[in-house]
Design a binder for this molecule. Structure first.
Ligand SMILES: Nc1nc2c(ncn2[C@@H]2O[C@H](COP(=O)(O)OP(=O)(O)OP(=O)(O)O)[C@@H](O)[C@H]2O)c(=O)[nH]1
Ligand SMILES: [Mg+2]
Ligand SMILES: [Zn+2]
Length: 301
């Protein structure tokens, strides 16, 4: 999806001017510049490439009841790791009392990443997207089901080309209307990629630098703990605990950072056979001990 290819137009007769209508042969698939991936949903251990050669990722959220700033923060860390430039789109601005306030809130988390509020339904605020939609540029839209990715592309196209659906009334969640990725050329000459709503975005191969960039302040605190292997629970000289206690560090922000760290450790373990083996051995020992104990207990009955 989104790979650029070099093609050779077929010529019907020698010396004739090639006509795209005669077809073309794919000559080469050009190397990928960026790659946006996630762990495939479920238990399979392979990386799923969401979109290759994406210049910009639009991380779309709805300013409705499903608005979750923490989720945007996590998506941002993944986007940074992909090498693509990210823009946060706060869609459904028509449903929010204070869209400018939401932009300010997310900008504070996003540290320099542009944040745009818009309404795909009303067509408000779309002009602000022009810098990323110039000819030859590719944009991938990512976000949960129901945030309005397909609605936005339809609005940019000016036609209801893509299927969209209202949220389920019971739980107010999207219905996973888009089921496959699709590359769509816009009139501006840009290409947009519609994607199915993310069900399960697990971090895969996110490097520590990307996490530290998003959580620079937290990483700086961690570096200030007296012990380099501080668990930030009860150690003396823990800069994190001190900051949490005096309110310099927000508890929610700390929890997001800790969660990201755990997922990263998990991804690293999966990627590194030695770490994976060490982890398996550790579990084997635990389980073996358990079995021995069970046997002993049974023996005493
Ligand atoms: N009020 C309001 N509703 C919107 C807006 N944009 C989209 N919607 C509605 O949100 C619902 C979901 O929109 P879709 O475009 O299908 O969402 P999606 O992100 O493509 O969802 P999936 O394909 O399931 O991933 C539809 O009922 C849209 O009409 C908006 O700006 N304001
Ligand atoms: Mg869709
Ligand atoms: Zn600490």
């Amino acid at each position: 999806m989104g790979d650029w290819v070099a093609i050779r137009l077929r010529t019907v007769s020698l010396g004739a001017v090639p006509d795209p209508a005669d077809g073309a042969d794919i000559h080469a698939v050009l190397p990928r510049q960026t790659c946006f991936s996630r762990r495939a949903a479920g238990d399979r251990d392979d990386e799923q490439i969401l979109a290759a050669n994406v210049d910009t990722v639009f991380l779309v959220t709805g300013l409705d009841q499903n608005y979750r700033p923490r989720r945007i923060e996590r998506y941002l860390a993944v986007a940074r790791a992909s090498g693509a430039e990210a823009v946060v789109l706060l869609n459904k601005s028509d449903l929010h009392a204070d869209p400018a306030g939401a932009v300010a809130e997310i900008s504070a988390l996003a540290r320099g990443t542009p944040v745009v509020a818009l309404s795909a339904a009303l067509g408000d605020g779309l002009d602000a997207l022009a810098p990323w939609l110039s000819p030859g540029r590719t944009v991938a839209l990512l976000g949960s089901s129901g945030v309005g990715k397909s609605t936005l592309i339809n609005r940019l196209l000016g036609t209801a080309r893509l299927e969209t659906a209202a949220l389920s009334t019971a739980v107010n969640k999207g219905r996973h209307t888009t089921t496959h990725r699709e590359l769509i050329p816009l009139g501006s000459g840009a290409l947009v990629i519609d994607t199915p709503g993310l069900r399960e975005l697990q971090l895969w191969g996110v490097d520590e630098a990307a996490v530290d960039e998003t959580f620079g302040d937290v990483a700086a605190l961690v570096a200030c703990c007296r012990f380099h292997d501080c668990t930030h629970r009860a150690e003396p000289g823990c800069a994190v605990r001190t900051a949490l206690e005096d309110g310099t560090l927000d508890e929610g922000r700390w929890q997001s950072y800790a969660k990201l760290q755990r997922e990263q450790a998990y991804a690293a373990r999966r990627a590194d056979p030695n770490l994976a083996r060490a982890e398996r051995d550790r579990w084997k020992k635990i389980l073996h001990g358990h079995k021995v104990r069970q046997r002993l207990e049974r023996g005493f009955e």
